[in-house]
Design a protein around this ligand. Sequence first.
Ligand SMILES: O=C(O)CCC(=O)C(=O)O
Ligand SMILES: [Fe+2]
Length: 310
Amino acid sequence: MDPLENIDGERFDAAFGEAVRDRALRALEAGRVLFFPRLAFVFSADERRFLDPRCSDGRAKNISYDPSSGRLKGTTLTGRERECLQDMVARFAQSARHLVEGLLPSYAPHLGMGRTSYRPVEVKERPSSYRKDDSRLHVDAFPSRPNGGRRILRVFSNVNPDGHGRIWRLGEPFETCARRFLPAIRPPLPGQRWLLSACGLTHGYRSAYDHYMLALHNAMKGDDYFQRHCPQYEVTFPAGTTWMVFTDQVPHAAMAGQYLLEQTFHVPVRGLNEPASAPLSVLERLLGRTLTAATSKSEPLDPRLVRVEE
Ligand SMILES: O=C(O)CCC(=O)C(=O)O
Ligand SMILES: [Fe+2]
């Protein structure tokens, strides 16, 4: 099976016909990557000065922007330059939003806007520990950002000016992966997740779902044999292209490339066309238990501990 589903379109605010929208929705939820071979995010002449890894402060691997607060982090730039960079990143956030709303209108009323990131540093030069190493196949789950079962939908644009592609590996279907690793994953310890939240180590309460997703993310990244031998595809996203994928569902790894923009969205499971395809539904079925407050009465969701991010 080709892991990519091609979608034609040259504009982020394109009007897509019903047949294309339907095909996109089904493919995306089935765990394929929607690939827009003709959709480029274009830098203005003035913005081209940001095609430089020195924009990054070198501490975080990304320059990140929070559309809800308008805050930009991880850059060395100051003053007017910083404002221009922020405007460019914010313009990408809006473009990505138009794309999702136009192509997947049934998500629009549910769509939560997460962070935007600009990645001007070559992937191969990003030093990291294995858990942070995105060149190992993984599904996305973040230690300090529990999401309680909401989906992680990401839009990526390769803005490389020298024609270099972004090279990824894509792995096997979510359920196959979950079946492989779940037997060795221990259930959460009583009180542990409450403590993490109360001590401010997580932004909000880490649900049982978040516990299992994080354990799955770590188990995948930590297994050398799996990294080398599991069924996988290498794909190159050429410069000047865009793609969109549920990164909580599709095992992926970034092997090479420089200059990428990325926008994260959150979609609640109830907003999906096929809720049974969500990692939450798959894990609940495999484990035979509910994993979030929305699906469980036993999950103590203390409203004082929950800081809503978007
Ligand atoms: O930087 C990339 O190409 C992708 C890294 C990754 O794993 C992600 O954004 O979820
Ligand atoms: Fe990832």
